[in-house]
Write a new protein. Structure first.
Length: 95
């Protein structure tokens, strides 16, 4: 049976929900989402080996509830709320 354990938290120490998560290279990235203060434009990088969470950049606008797909070295965030529904696409590449 699979087990899970809580290992990570955002560097801000605040809660985060409705974010988009994806892997690029050897890291996991979490983009946008909602905090207790509203939508976020932050992108976090998570090292799955050490559990270190660092700020990795920002989205062009605050965005939650996006769908994400990865092709090669680029992640694409589709739609979501910004705070109104959007059909824009944001491309993210790891530096």
């Amino acid at each position: 049976m699979a087990r899970w354990q809580s290992r990570f938290g955002t560097s801000s120490g605040r809660g985060l929900s409705r974010a988009s998560a994806f892997s690029l290279g050897n890291a996991i990235f979490v983009a946008g989402g909602r905090t207790p203060d509203g939508r976020s434009n932050q992108i976090y990088r998570v090292d799955p080996i050490t559990g270190a969470v660092t700020a990795a950049g920002t989205l062009p606008e605050e965005r939650s509830d996006s769908t994400v797909a990865v092709s090669g070295t680029t992640a694409y965030l589709f739609g979501g709320l910004t705070p109104t529904p959007t059909d824009s696409i944001v491309a993210i590449t790891a530096a």
